[in-house]
Design a protein around this ligand. Structure first.
Ligand code: AMP
Length: 386
């Protein structure tokens, strides 16, 4: 079954054509600067597509040029916010599209773009089934004590202010693969998954299900990230607001100018590690703050799952930075975690164990593949609907 996976952003559209049975990628690409140009009509302005429909024409042309005629079975969309309604991937119809649109206030940068992508495809290929795979869905299993904020009840009941969690597709995929690698039935897998990319979150898994996760109402809460602050005292915002900062100023500072970038001047873990190794004190501080925050969460989630039986690293930093993994592990002696320096240093695209046999629990590196997870979920939904 061939599935087109779409990750539609406000000004970009990422795509992959996947052969689900073979687990392979047949074509992939990225269309950028949507809505910023003139569609290439040659008057010298930026030549981005005018809108998502035009971007989709470019995707269609690119796929056609690369693969010729092909028989797509479905389209799978990464949809950022599924609110409280969506706990699983769903087949999209008009009502579902409107439901995703109603969640726009919760994800103002992402859900409107997802809806534009869905509508553009429905118009171009009206008979092609479309499936929405939600980034929040895996965390619908959080117990209320983990998703509630201790603020007046009306903020939840009237405004939907609660913790939702994100990166769910990745956390779920990695959980399945880690359980398989350890030969543990999914329902018995208790562990902690650290998805460490430019955005980063950590999830507590009990019985194969998410029971807590570090991102909250938005992807800002929790860990120190590439450009996001993660947790801080909310009074800082009140303080800055009184000093004249606007909501937009605060948003930019917290989401784009903080994290590794705010502390060390770069959001690229490679540069920060290199700078620290070369003696840069700001970079060393950034690594200490970032690894300490993660270690604190891992300790907390060890408690949340009633004793984690595995720790798993994934995504850009988690899969590639042996230095960062070792900084975190160094802080986890209280959990009896011991990395094998040799195994930790190995570069590989395969899921693997990087702890010693003496470690109280195994530490794993499991590469994530959100597009693969979306393609598989899409095929499963279409199959069961058909
Ligand atoms: P992602 O968002 O999953 O693509 O991850 C992006 C992050 O992974 C950035 O901070 C990169 O610096 C980091 N990263 C990617 N490759 C490496 C590598 N070889 N060593 C260290 N960090 C890496």
């Amino acid at each position: 079954m061939l599935v087109l996976v779409i990750n539609s952003g406000s000004s970009s559209l990422k795509y992959q054509v996947r052969d689900v049975a073979a687990g392979s990628v047949l074509a992939e690409g990225l269309i950028e600067e949507i809505g910023m140009g003139n569609g290439g009509d040659g008057d010298g302005e930026i030549e981005g597509p005018r809108d998502h429909a035009e971007a989709l024409e470019q995707v269609d042309a690119a796929i056609h040029a690369e693969l010729g005629d092909l028989d797509l079975a479905a389209v799978g969309h990464r949809v950022v916010h599924g609110g409280e309604r969506f706990a699983e991937p769903v087949l999209i119809d008009n009502e579902i599209t409107r439901a995703i649109e109603r969640l726009n206030p919760l994800a103002p940068l992402h859900n409107p773009a997802n809806v534009l992508g869905i509508r553009a495809i429905a118009k171009k290929w009206p008979d092609l089934p479309q499936v929405a795979v939600f980034d929040t869905a895996f965390h619908r299993s959080l117990p209320e004590h983990a998703w509630r904020y201790a603020v007046p009840d009306s903020l939840y009941t009237s405004h939907g202010i609660r913790r939702y969690g994100f990166h769910g597709t990745s956390h779920e995929y990695v959980t399945h693969r880690a359980a398989a690698l350890l030969d543990v039935p999914l329902e018995e897998f208790d562990g902690v998954i650290a998805h460490l990319g430019n955005g980063a979150s950590v999830t507590a898994i009990q019985g194969g299900k998410s029971v807590d996760t570090s991102m909250g109402f938005t992807p800002l809460e929790g860990l120190v990230m590439g450009t996001r602050s993660g947790d801080l005292d909310p009074s800082i915002l009140v303080f800055l607001g009184r000093a004249g900062w606007t909501p937009e100023d605060l948003d930019t500072m917290l989401n784009r100018e903080s994290g590794l970038k705010g502390l060390a001047g770069s959001n690229d873990m490679r540069s920060v590690v290199e700078a620290s190794e070369a003696g840069d004190a700001r970079a060393a501080t950034a690594l200490a703050v970032t690894s300490y925050r993660l270690a604190k969460y891992i300790g907390a989630y060890h408690v949340a799952v009633g004793g984690a039986k595995a720790l798993v690293f994934t995504a850009g930093i988690g899969e590639n930075s042996h230095q960062f993994r070792s900084l975190v592990a160094d802080r986890l002696g209280a959990l009896g975690i011991v990395l094998d320096a040799g195994l930790n240093a190995v570069r590989s695209k395969e899921p693997r164990v990087i702890s010693t046999p003496a470690s109280a629990i195994p530490v794993l590196v499991v590469p994530t593949d959100e597009e693969r997870a979306i393609a598989e979920a899409t095929a499963a939904v279409v199959h069961s609907a058909g």
